[in-house]
Design a protein. Sequence first.
Length: 145
Amino acid sequence: MHLETMALRVHGAVALGTGDALGALELFRTALAQTRATGHRIAEALSLTDVAMAARALGRVVEALDHHAEALRIIHETGERLRAAPILIPYGETCLAAGDRGEAARHLRQAFDLATALGLRHLEAEAARVLAAMDLEPGGDPADG
């Protein structure tokens, strides 16, 4: 991933974290265009997730779901397990925002299981935190939402 793309993603995350979702969306879309131009598929999936999170913050849940689905498709196509959990967690959060607790639980439990298997404790904790906020256990039935 190019340094400029990484900087755009960091600046976008700061903008999103400080409440400037529209500014974040612009930065994330620019980063996404750069990743597509360079053919870096993993960075494209991460940038799609960034765009989705900004879209969700703007209330554009359907748009966000589309971007999440595309990001997850890329991760599956590339077989990149290490990057799946940070894509699945926000996807689950967007499903929850869309009112689909079942899909939210499925994505979050997949993220939890994968993070646990790979020793990614920070992502394991994040998935567990969101599941707990849904009054669900990490190890429960994926269909239970």
